[in-house]
Design a protein around this ligand. Structure first.
Ligand code: E4P
Length: 215
């Protein structure tokens, strides 16, 4: 499973990229709003740090406007994947821009049926929002499992990108569900490193290493 970072904060992305484990980045209008920078400028900065897909989101609502906006956003950089929400107008736009070769990450997916429609329209990625489904009392990871199963049954090339992940257990479960990608907030990514037994082990090895001369 590939790991993307779900943030528009370039310092966090740099920290993740330095570990060599970040395959891409997802952003959205809410993440950008926290940064107080121009969307295009920030995406170009991210492209200097990460060599992989960078999702940037459309905010238009009609198919014609989404198509125009998607073309503009896709022209920012060849790593850009355009995020388009799953609506009727969004699907019409996805099929048009995908036919032009623009890569699309269909966002705000909450059911396997929505994912199936996005895939039929030609999306490169579908993003089921696990945490928001859980918040609403559903089983978010079950939707990921269903989408993976359907895509496997029909050899659908669209990749499943587990999104809205809130904790480390979500990452393990997304991997076990067969999600192709998981996008992680920085706290979840850096939290994955930590284990108290690792810290204790290092402490003990360092203490024991004092009894001999290092090579
Ligand atoms: C990713 O593409 C989404 O923008 C993101 O994961 C949403 O997460 P949230 O539900 O925690 O805002």
């Amino acid at each position: 499973m590939r790991i993307f970072m779900d943030t528009a904060n370039v310092d966090e992305i740099r920290r993740g990229a330095a570990m060599g484990v970040v395959d891409g980045v997802t952003t959205n209008p809410s993440l950008l709003a926290k940064e107080g920078v121009e969307y295009r400028d920030r995406v170009l900065e991210i492209a200097e740090v990460v060599d992989g897909p960078i999702s940037a989101e459309c905010i238009s609502e009609t198919a014609d406007e989404i198509v125009e906006e998607a073309r503009r956003i896709a022209a920012w950089h060849d790593q850009v994947v355009v995020k388009i929400p799953l609506t009727e107008e969004g699907l019409a736009a996805i099929s048009r821009v995908s036919a032009e070769g623009i890569e699309v990450n269909t966002t705000l997916i909450f059911s396997a049926n929505q994912a199936l429609l996005a895939a039929r329209a030609g999306a490169t990625f579908v993003s089921p929002f696990v945490g928001r489904l859980n918040d609403a009392g559903h089983d978010g990871m079950e939707v990921v499992r269903e989408i993976v199963q359907i895509f496997e049954l029909f050899d659908i090339e669209t990749e499943v990108l587990a999104a809205s992940l809130r904790g480390q257990r979500d990452v393990t479960e997304a991997a076990l569900a067969g999600s192709h990608v998981a996008t992680l907030p920085p706290a979840v990514l850096f939290g994955m490193i930590k284990h108290p037994l690792t810290d204790q082990g290092i402490e003990r090895f360092l203490a024991d290493a004092k009894s001999y001369k290092p090579v």
